[in-house]
Design a protein. Structure first.
Length: 322
């Protein structure tokens, strides 16, 4: 009997501690044992013990100290990147399925200042996220106003707005500008099409056309001004059906290009220097769901052929908002 109990204890000691993994992932995110302990509401010594347990289980050092600072080892970074998202999914699923969760436990509010991005990319793909998260409901609201801590939302998607409250941040798309037109309008013409075809203007993004022209070495005098629209989503039907061109973010025209309704002029891709950012606010009633949404959005943009910030799932692109 004594031998069986001893064997059971040995086997138990070899089991992976989910709490230890949770603590380590938080250490990796916060780049500090002290800050991770504070985030999790445990003592620093307890966080250190969990780290030691995990290192003992893996047989490898996960964190190394350099003076007052510490950083992940190469193995530690590899392990963190591999387990962070699955761990969040496990924790989110467990919390969502708790029978005493509140009435809003399966609902997320996404606020955005990116109306065309929401119209062309986000909303058409929300059913995929909802299915992945077992039927979660996502409300989408749009506003160009700077958010305040009294506004009710879980995730903010923006390019220009500043968030002044604590949040996890994902830089999920480095904006790339392209010039597009209907295939019959631009086929085989390249940038020479600019000499004879009007270029539509978009009032909500007056910065785009000058930035794009600078990028390809032209000026406004080199193009023909076309009609004006308030937003890109209003201009898209015009460019797909008419003898006009449109300069805009590649990601909002990517599906139309894939469907053959639009064609990108060769040599027209130019980085705008602007990033699309997603913030999962700390005060969210569903913080795990909000972070899961941000990671899903980063994957979606990569799949759409967008240029997203390196390793936008974890952890370098995630930081506390200033």
């Amino acid at each position: 009997m004594h031998g069986k109990e001893k064997g059971a204890r040995v086997a138990e000691e070899k089991d992976l501690s989910l709490n230890a993994v949770k603590v380590f992932v938080q250490i990796a995110r916060d780049s500090s044992v002290t800050r991770a302990a504070k985030t999790l509401g445990i003592t620093q010594s307890a966080a250190s013990r969990h780290l030691a347990v995990l290192e003992g289980y893996l047989g490898a050092q996960l964190l190394e100290r350099r003076g007052r600072h510490s950083q992940l080892t190469d193995f530690g970074r590899l392990f963190a990147e591999a387990v962070a998202e699955p761990l969040d999914t496990i924790l989110f699923t467990a919390r969502r399925l708790r029978r005493h969760d509140g009435i809003h436990s399966n609902r997320l509010v996404v606020r955005t200042s990116l109306s065309t991005f929401a119209y062309t990319v986000l909303i058409p793909n929300l059913a995929e996220f909802s299915k992945e998260m077992n039927g979660v409901t996502v409300d989408v609201i749009s506003s160009l106003s700077a958010p305040t801590s009294t506004d009710s939302f879980d995730v903010l998607l923006t390019r220009d707005l500043t968030l002044t409250e604590p949040a996890d941040r994902w830089d999920f798309y480095n904006e790339q500008l392209v010039c597009v037109g209907a295939p019959e309008c631009v086929a085989g013409r390249g940038l020479d099409a600019l000499r004879t075809t009007p270029v539509l203007a978009v009032n909500s993004r007056p910065d785009i056309l000058p930035a794009w022209l600078r990028g390809i070495g032209l000026s406004t005098s080199d193009v023909i001004s076309g009609a004006r629209y308030d937003h890109h989503y209003l201009a898209l039907p015009a460019v797909t059906t008419g003898q006009v061109l449109l300069v805009g973010p590649y990601i909002v025209v990517a599906d139309l290009v894939e469907q053959g309704l639009l064609e990108v002029l060769p040599g027209s891709r130019v980085p705008s220097g602007r990033d699309y950012r997603a913030y999962a606010v700390d005060r969210s009633a569903n913080p795990d769901l909000a972070r899961a949404f941000c990671r899903w959005l980063a994957r979606l943009c990569r799949a759409k052929g967008g240029v997203s910030a390196e390793n936008s799932n974890f952890p370098k692109t995630i930081s506390k908002s200033d």
